[in-house]
Each structure stands twice: as structure tokens, then as C-alpha cells.
Design a protein around this ligand. Structure first.
Ligand SMILES: [Zn+2]
Length: 392
């Protein structure tokens, strides 16, 4: 499993261009299952790497890049039949080689040779992905899972054996009714115990958002027992039977619910950021202002149109980013280098600073606002109690 710490390390990586070093990023997107017999995906992967090798002939002064590309080509030849997505990050000049299995939702197979690692496909997968807890529950059992990307791990279970059914208590109505009440009471205690476990695990930082799998008939019994903190972290519920539900079903339902939740959340928060920007509050829009907010550490959530790209310059000395194409850094006066896509610099900053990163599709307000916006934790240029309170 790819951890957040590993991703942060990748985001911090920068190849030393002055020594002719390049960072190589390779993403493999497998064909959907029904097309897999053609092995088209593996052929595409090899072609992509071979093309990069050709392009590298003019580019690299030394053998590092070629060695990395040869190794990726060798890896690509082992890909036929691979059903997961795969990512490779390499720079032998800096002893970097990392391989990861990923969910097969990378868009397309591609290879990137640039000073930094290309992390957009990763950011699109994980940028706003919460640490998810899935609990599957009925009146006497509960199972707890962690879902990170599409890796599902069972963390624990609670089983309360219910008393024998009412029928065993004989024919007398009183006894049968009594037994039924006892079973309800036991189920209630069980739901309380499950809720308590969820609350404790949340407080221990084991998860950030929750998906519940249970029968519709059990949900009205269980839901009222959820602690308010837990309930406000609920992403959604799906119908499931504790005894028979498969890992694949859990993943599928939790994935679909989370994807929808992230999309809605991204749209809503982007709107909020744009409104707050108009009110001169805790939001900014447009590349220039977003870059400034990133540098002052104000950004909490970042919103990009999914096809957003813009040119910018980056200072080779202090790292200052500028939307104006200037040759000397306004912060320190040293030489800048041009970035074809400012996202190559923005995404690593977002990852390193734990900024929630949303890719938003077809959002007309974001489009009008320059296709980039941010929600701020605070505004460095305002006193927090005064103008901010007035603005919000
Ligand atoms: Zn500078």
C-alpha cells in the first residue's frame, strides 16, 4: 500500500538538472477486463517507453536516464495480464526507484521525463481521498475495515450472540414477548457498542470518513446511536449482509459512494471559495492569487478544473512561483526557469502541505474564475477577528 508519507517524499523529490539528472514517472493503465485478451495495454506501454528512449537520445548527457528507461521497458514487458494500475518513479542519478500498484483508474498509460516527478495522476486519485472506515453491521455482528485507495483491510469485528429465539421459551405469550424484548434490548446494546467503537477509533485517528453497510431494516435501529461526531463524517450507506458480503462488494460500494461524495464536496467547496473570494474573505481565485496564497501557507483546499494548465516561471534559487513570465525572480533576483505547466509545481506543494486537492469538472463558476481557486485557512493580510468575521 502506498502511504501518504511515501507520496510526500515523492513530492519533495527534485532531480539535479545541472548534473544532467531527470526524474522519470511512468503510469500503466490496464485495459478494462473485457478487452484484456488483446494485450493492447501492454503493447501501448512498451511503445510509450520506446518513444521516450528515442526522445532521450538528444536530452541526457549521461547514461542515467537511459538506464532508467531500459529498466522501465523491461518492467513493461512483464505487464501483460496485469490487472492493476502501476506507477514507477525513478532517477538512478539519485538512487530513486519506486514501484506501486494502484487502482486501475489512471486515465491512460504515460511516461514523463522532467526535473520533478509527475504526480497529477496520483493527485487525481488521492488528492481529496479520505482515510475511509467501512463498517458492515447487523443486529449481532459488526466488521470494521480500512479502505486506502482500493486496498481493503479488516481491522476488527464485534460479535454479540443473541439469546435463543422466542419460540424456545414455550407457548405462553408472556414469555415469548419477554424474549423478544430481551433480543431487542441485546441488539440495542450491540449497536451502542459498535457506535462506541467507531467513536473511539475516530478519536484515535484511525479513520477520517465512514461508510456503513447494513440492511435497510437495521439502519433506523443503528443510525440513532451514532455519535454526532461520527455521524457528520458519514459518507453514505449501502445495503449489505454481514455474513455474505465480499471484499469486492465492499470496495465497489464504498468506492462509488466516496467518488460521488468527493465530487459533490469539491463542487460545493469550490463555489464557497469563489463566493468568499468575491467577498474578500477566506477564498482566492486566479493563478496569481492562488500562487501567493500557497507561498504564505494560507491554502486549505485547492480546486483545479480537470484540464487546467498554465505557463509560469519558477525561481531556480528560492522556488518562488510567478504567473508573469519574468526572467529574474521578484523575490530574490536570481534566474527563473519556465514551466510549461504550473501544475507540475503546484501539485507537489499541495501534497507536501496536506492541502486537499480537488479536480472539478464542468464548473462554470470556476471556469469564469480562471479555472483555479483556493479555500484559505486564514488570510495573512487581514486581522482574523475583524474583516474576516465581517466577510463570512
Ligand atoms: Zn527567487
Amino acid at each position: 500500500m502506498m502511504t501518504r508519507q511515501e507520496i510526500r517524499e515523492l513530492a519533495a523529490f527534485q532531480a539535479d538538472e545541472s548534473k544532467g539528472a531527470y526524474a522519470l514517472s511512468f503510469y500503466f493503465q490496464p485495459d478494462p477486463p473485457q478487452d484484456r485478451s488483446h494485450r493492447h495495454d501492454a503493447i501501448v506501454a512498451k511503445d510509450v517507453v520506446k518513444q521516450a528512449l528515442k526522445n532521450a537520445n538528444g536530452k541526457a548527457k549521461n547514461g542515467w536516464l537511459h538506464a532508467d528507461l531500459d529498466r522501465v521497458l523491461e518492467l513493461a514487458s512483464r505487464l501483460p495480464g496485469h490487472t492493476r494500475g502501476r506507477a514507477v518513479f525513478a532517477c538512478s542519478a539519485h538512487n530513486l526507484w519506486r514501484e506501486f500498484d494502484l487502482p486501475p483508474r489512471l486515465g491512460s498509460t504515460g511516461i514523463y521525463v522532467q526535473p520533478r516527478l509527475q504526480l497529477k495522476p496520483l493527485a487525481m486519485l488521492m488528492g481529496a481521498q479520505p482515510d475511509l472506515c467501512v463498517t458492515v453491521v447487523d443486529r449481532q455482528r459488526a466488521r470494521f475495515f480500512d479502505l486506502r485507495l482500493d486496498e481493503l483491510r479488516e481491522r476488527g469485528a464485534i460479535v454479540h450472540m443473541l439469546s435463543r429465539s422466542g419460540a424456545k421459551y414455550g407457548y405462553h405469550g408472556y414469555e415469548a414477548g419477554h424474549a423478544e424484548r430481551r433480543i431487542s434490548e441485546e441488539a440495542l446494546q450491540h449497536f451502542k457498542a459498535v457506535s462506541e467503537r467507531l467513536r473511539m477509533d475516530l478519536e484515535r485517528g484511525l479513520w477520517q470518513r465512514l461508510v456503513v453497510g447494513c440492511h435497510s431494516s437495521n439502519w433506523p435501529e443503528f443510525e440513532p446511536h451514532l455519535h454526532p461526531y461520527v455521524r457528520e463524517r458519514l459518507v453514505g450507506r449501502f445495503s449489505a449482509d454481514v455474513a455474505s458480503v465480499s471484499d469486492e462488494e465492499i470496495r465497489k460500494h464504498a468506492d462509488a459512494l466516496t467518488k460521488k461524495w468527493i465530487e459533490e464536496r469539491g463542487r460545493k467547496k469550490a463555489e464557497e471559495a469563489i463566493d468568499l473570494a468575491k467577498a474578500n474573505g477566506r477564498g482566492v481565485t486566479g493563478l496569481r492569487r492562488v500562487l501567493r496564497a500557497l507561498e504564505t501557507g494560507e491554502v486549505q483546499s485547492l480546486f483545479l478544473a480537470d484540464n487546467y494548465s498554465a505557463r509560469a516561471v519558477e525561481c531556480t534559487h528560492c522556488g518562488h512561483l510567478d504567473a508573469h513570465i519574468v526572467s529574474a525572480c521578484v523575490a530574490c533576483g536570481r534566474k527563473t526557469r519556465e514551466l510549461n505547466d504550473v501544475c507540475d509545481a503546484i501539485i507537489p506543494i499541495a501534497i507536501r502541505s496536506d492541502i486537499e486537492l480537488f479536480y472539478v469538472t464542468q464548473h462554470s463558476e470556476l471556469d469564469r474564475a480562471g479555472n483555479i481557486a483556493a479555500l484559505l485557512r486564514f488570510r495573512a493580510d487581514q486581522n482574523r477577528t475583524g474583516q474576516l468575521a465581517a466577510a463570512s
